[in-house]
Design a protein around this ligand. Structure first.
Ligand code: PMP
Length: 448
């Protein structure tokens, strides 16, 4: 094994797939085997693997100005153009954009900008952040503490106490309901618990709540109807900002421009990465409203500097990649395409898997979905240690589809936005064979 500390990997595992090249929605390993990239890499390669226009835009920028930083009075055209473009398309008033390199650092940047802002307006006590069980927001120190998945917290002494993070229930009805609770009763109960928590903590001590409109890495959870409407009313009532982490949902994934649009959320802050540049170059964006920026100007006047920034904040080649990606989304009506093919994916998944003995729930919206693998379809009982998810993931790879088992036994789909209905059918057919095989393997092991 090469001396790499592999990220988010069981470090004792020795099995590896080595990839060599990509083309459209397909990726090829070093033995020449072709796979459908059913998770768009890590929920990011929206335009697939061979978009020459994006490659040319990056190359041209590298040939002209391969680097220029943006600290202390320096700037360049691509960063200015990209910020203007983002302002034009986001549902945040007079948006300002802080650029970074990853979803994690964008969330850390938001965390710090919130502190900076509330200090600036003389409310330093308004500092706590609410996050949800099963939320995924990255792995840096603040973002990693906002994440609620056990593997991202255990052994890192996270969440860091000083970050003042509050946790509330995940809006996943299938795994979170009690007894015969209806969806509406479930929503009312978890939101009542949240409001009690807000009152106990004191709303004046809570800055924001971070939400993924539809969660990705923690199992593709689509909250029940009514959840966001009621949640927003509670947060507005208590003057708590809504921080939408659109790292996966942003740019067409859910069939609309943003996950917030699909789920009816009016965000104050937004986080973007991944599909912002279709992963051709790392870039992230932490979007804040104009009124927040105006207040942030004050302390920097006194202290002399807004002391937060990365060497590669707004790297020119990354901005060029993002600008071209956004141009292609618009020119090719990519979000309408994602809505259409996404509806087909959702329908095919339900038709094919709802009656499968291994599948407890089929869920998703647009081009993001998951199958919840269960050992007992009636009770919804799960498998230990993600054994079904891991087995299914391997079986899918054998049959030429890359998917990702997340949150244990949820098999996640998130193909490139450019996928066609025919390619969706190919993918679903291969996964169907793989799931039957998985069922057989788990039976042989007496796990069902
Ligand atoms: N937020 C969400 C919703 C994510 O899905 C991810 C990554 N899967 C992140 C933040 C972190 O992004 P990155 O891996 O680029 O740091």
């Amino acid at each position: 094994m090469a001396p790499v500390v592999y990220p988010t990997t069981n470090l004792t595992a020795t099995e590896q797939l080595v990839f060599e090249r990509g083309e459209g929605i397909y990726i090829f390993d070093n033995k020449g085997k072709r796979y459908i990239e059913g998770l768009a890499g890590l929920w990011c390669t929206s335009l697939g693997y061979s978009n020459q226009e994006v490659i040319d835009a990056i190359t041209e920028q590298l040939n002209t100005l391969p680097f220029s930083h943006t600290f202390g009075g320096k700037t360049h055209q691509p960063i200015m153009d990209l910020a203007e473009k983002i302002r034009e398309i986001v549902p945040v008033e007079d948006a300002y954009v802080f650029f970074g390199n990853s979803g994690s650092d964008a969330n850390d940047s938001h965390y710090k900008m919130l502190r900076y802002y509330f200090n600036a307006i003389g409310k330093p006590e308004k500092r706590k952040i609410i996050t949800r069980e099963r939320g995924y927001h990255g792995v840096t120190v603040a973002a990693g503490s906002l994440t609620s998945l056990p593997a991202n917290l255990a052994h890192f002494d996270a969440p860091l106490e000083a970050l003042s993070i509050l946790r509330t229930a995940s809006p996943h009805y299938y795994t979170g309901r009690r007894g015969n609770e209806t969806e509406e009763q479930f929503v009312d109960r978890i939101l009542e618990e949240l409001e009690t928590q807000i009152q106990q903590e004191g709303p004046e001590t809570i800055a924001a709540m971070i939400i993924e409109p539809i969660t990705g890495a923690s199992g593709v959870i689509v909250p029940p109807n009514g959840y966001y409407e009621k949640l927003q009313a509670i947060l507005r009532k208590h003057d708590i900002l809504i921080w939408a982490d659109e790292v996966i949902c942003g740019f067409g994934r859910t069939g609309n421009d943003f996950g917030c649009t699909t789920m009816g959320i009016q965000p104050d802050l937004m986080t973007f990465a991944k599909q912002l540049s279709s992963a051709y170059f790392p870039i992230s964006a932490a979007v804040i409203p104009g009124w927040m920026y105006e207040a942030m100007i004050e302390p920097s006047n006194q202290v002399g500097v807004f002391g937060h920034g990365f060497t590669y904040s707004g790297h020119p080649a990354a901005c060029a990649a993002a600008l071209k990606t956004l141009e292609i989304y618009e020119r090719d009506n990519m979000f309408a395409h994602a809505a259409e093919v996404g509806a087909h994916l959702q329908q095919r998944l339900r038709e094919t898997f709802e009656s499968h003995p291994l599948v407890g729930e089929v869920r998703g919206r647009g081009l993001i979905a998951a199958l919840e693998l269960v050992s007992n379809k009636t009770t919804g009982a799960s498998f230990d240690k993600g054994i079904a998810g891991a087995t299914a993931q391997r079986a899918c790879e054998k049959h030429g589809v890359i998917l990702r088992a997340v949150a244990g036994n949820a098999l996640a789909f998130c193909p490139p936005l450019i996928i066609t209905t025919k390619q969706v059918d190919d993918m679903v057919a291969a996964v169907s064979v793989a799931l039957d095989e998985t069922y057989g393997i788990l039976r042989e092991q007496n796990l069902i």
